[in-house]
Design a protein around this ligand. Structure first.
Ligand code: FCB
Length: 445
């Protein structure tokens, strides 16, 4: 197994709506996920993020867990409607106070706060006036970013502008399975472009305010043709444009993939691409697997996802365990995008955990997953990919969006009845890996 240099950053990630709860407390406004999760049939089991992991009240315990784990850094997100209940204008001091307490607690524990400004929970008030379909939202985002940086920036030195705008646009505006539940190609194009624009505007605002390390996060994965033949190769490139390059190319190359240009014509204005193309201090990469696709004229945009091949190992999400995806993606960034500094800001797996009578979970599959993907990170580094850190998803079992609480990604088990936290075997494995700067073999069950 490869080892990692001393300065390699080890961390874990979470996001506001998935863990905080306290949905109606201390003046928090509504987000699109509050609305969406209350709609009939949207979320498995009718779950909502109203209580989630109750992190808003139990953050002290969660900081203890981070300390025990020995991570260098903790990536979390700020809830925009907690800070600006109407999305713009009036600041909710009590909301900012929560993040103040969290940041202070992390620093005291010796854990660096990595603050992500947007993880999908748009204020409902902004959605009501058009949300990401409206250009103005990009400027409201920059204002909000400034408010947060102004309040936390004296103690935080890393800001991440956005989490996975590509997935947000795809699932929320094209496939309609995430908030705000829209599905049209035109809305997808508008949302993706305005999210890209917001990232650029937010970056510019923060760059001029302070001396922080700035990055943004994309979810990328290699796209493979699921059958032989030119027609399948062709649609895999189209799918790659929709899935990955819709945000990656504008950010790093200043242009949209040619296949998407026609649908973007109506929304891209002069000067936008200059705002969007940025040399960030680092790119956050969230990676879970790969896509396999074939031509299918009957499907949306003529492409169908096949899912894992027969016999492949799957996680509880149905996603294929395919560690080589990590290596392939990192090499693609090296070869086609100028080898930007990368931090893996999410990687992990949901498995059906079976706690014993004491609540302990011997999650050997999760440990094996993490070890296998980390090995590919080490391989890519040896091949010259500029990877500087790795954050596991996630610290805690949490609200997994449309899947509700049924899919567990945590290194720590959460009993959602009692809110008890119990570190799983993978937590202990990760702690040892961090301590040695090297994935340790096996697990202690
Ligand atoms: C990512 C999301 C994160 C979590 C994982 C499993 O796409 O950023 O919130 O849901 O998937």
């Amino acid at each position: 197994m490869g080892s990692f240099p001393e300065e390699f950053v080890w961390g874990v990630s979470t996001s506001a709506y998935q863990i905080e709860g306290a949905a109606r407390e201390d003046g928090r406004g509504e987000s699109i996920w509050d609305t969406f999760s209350r709609e009939e049939g949207r979320i498995a089991g009718g779950d909502t993020g109203d209580v989630a992991c109750d992190h808003y009240h139990r953050y002290g315990r969660d900081i203890e867990l981070l300390k025990q784990l020995g991570v260098d850094a903790y990536r979390f997100s700020i809830s925009w409607p907690r800070v600006l209940p109407e999305g713009k204008g009036r600041v909710n001091r009590k909301g900012l106070d929560f993040y103040d307490r969290l940041v202070d607690g992390l620093l005291e524990a010796g854990v660096a706060p990595w603050v992500c400004l947007y993880h999908w929970d748009l204020p409902q008030a902004l959605e009501d006036s058009g949300g990401w379909l409206d250009r103005d939202t990009a400027w409201y985002f920059a204002d909000y970013a400034e408010t947060v940086a102004d309040s936390l920036g004296d103690r935080v030195d890393r800001f991440l502008l956005m989490n996975e705008p590509n997935v947000h646009a795809l699932l929320g505006y094209l496939l309609g399975i995430h908030a705000p539940g829209r599905h049209s190609i035109g809305e997808f194009a508008a949302a993706a472009h305005h999210l890209n624009l917001a990232t650029g505007l937010g970056y510019e605002r923060l760059r001029h305010m302070g001396d922080w390390q700035l990055g943004t996060i994309l979810n990328l994965e290699p796209v493979h043709a699921g059958r032989e033949g030119d027609e399948h190769e062709e649609v895999s490139s189209l799918f790659d444009a929709f899935r990955n390059r819709v945000c990656l190319d504008p950010l790093l190359k200043g242009e949209y993939p040619a296949q998407l240009a026609p649908m973007l014509e109506a929304v891209v204005r002069d000067g936008d691409m200059q705002q969007i193309r940025r040399e960030m201090d680092f790119l956050g990469l969230n990676l879970y697997g790969r896509s396999r696709v074939i031509l299918d004229p009957g499907s949306l945009v003529g492409v169908r996802e096949l899912g894992p091949p027969e016999g492949a190992q799957r996680t509880d999400m149905g996603w294929e365990v395919y560690p080589q995806a990590m290596y392939e993606q990192l090499l693609e960034l090296r070869d086609k995008y100028g080898n930007p500094p990368v931090v893996i800001t999410e990687n992990g797996a949901a498995f059906e955990d079976r706690p014993d009578a004491t609540g302990h979970v011997a999650d050997t599959e999760r440990t094996a997953y993490l070890a296998a993907y980390l090995e590919q990170v080490a391989r890519a580094r040896e091949a010259g990919a500029d990877v500087r850190g790795y954050f596991a998803w996630s610290l805690l079992d949490n609200f997994e969006w449309a899947e509700g609480y049924g899919k567990r990604f945590g290194l720590v088990r959460v009993d959602f009845e009692t809110q008890e936290r119990i570190p799983k075997a993978s937590f202990h494995w990760y702690r040892e890996t961090i301590a040695r700067n090297e994935p340790v073999a096996g697990s202690r069950g």
